[in-house]
Design a protein around this ligand. Structure first.
Ligand code: RTP
Length: 153
């Protein structure tokens, strides 16, 4: 079976990452790895929108603080496409707790606290599709990169 080079993941720079000027760095790491950018925008989500995004966590004690943190400023929303995009995206972000993230990962290089871990990445293909629909109801682009043959055999 041909490898699935169109798996999509939702990657978001959180308000602390935007405030610290890390949007370009994070976007660049995904581009350089070979993932194709198919949607990107700065957004100021409402409380309700964030509660929907994090609906799975609503019973957790840190939920109110998480929503307050995420309401602190704009977020930068991206969709990347490519081989194993969800799992590889999570590996590139590092562990939820930045102190447990290896150097070389985004959180391992730029963050220290779980509650200020600068980025989000979908944790399954199913959740990626839900998150992409939530954050990009207008849809995403589809186009061919001229260097596609350089990334995949
Ligand atoms: P994300 O959804 O943001 O990519 O993070 P994740 O899967 O690595 O972690 P998850 O368990 O889904 O938690 C979502 C975000 O909530 C904050 N958090 N705070 N204070 C705490 O104990 C705590 N635990 C989680 C983090 O910002 C985490 O990324």
């Amino acid at each position: 079976m041909a490898p699935n080079t169109t798996e999509r993941t939702y990657i978001m720079v959180k308000p602390d990452g935007v405030d610290r000027g890390l949007v370009g760095e994070i976007l660049s790491r995904f581009e350089k790895r070979g993932f194709k950018l198919i949607a990107a925008k700065l957004a100021l989500p409402s409380k309700e929108h964030l509660e929907e995004h994090y609906a799975d966590l609503k019973e957790r004690p840190f939920f109110p603080g998480l929503i307050r943190y995420m309401l602190g400023g704009p977020v930068f929303c991206m969709v990347f496409e490519g081989l194993d995009a969800v799992k590889t995206g999570r590996a590139m972000l590092g562990a939820t707790n930045p102190l447990a993230s290896a150097p070389g990962t985004i959180r391992g290089d730029f963050a220290l606290a779980t509650g200020r871990n600068i980025c989000h990445g979908s944790d399954s293909v199913e959740n990626a599709e839900k998150e992409i629909a939530l954050w990009f109801p207008e849809g995403t682009l589809q186009y061919k990169l001229s260097q596609a043959a350089v990334i995949y055999e």
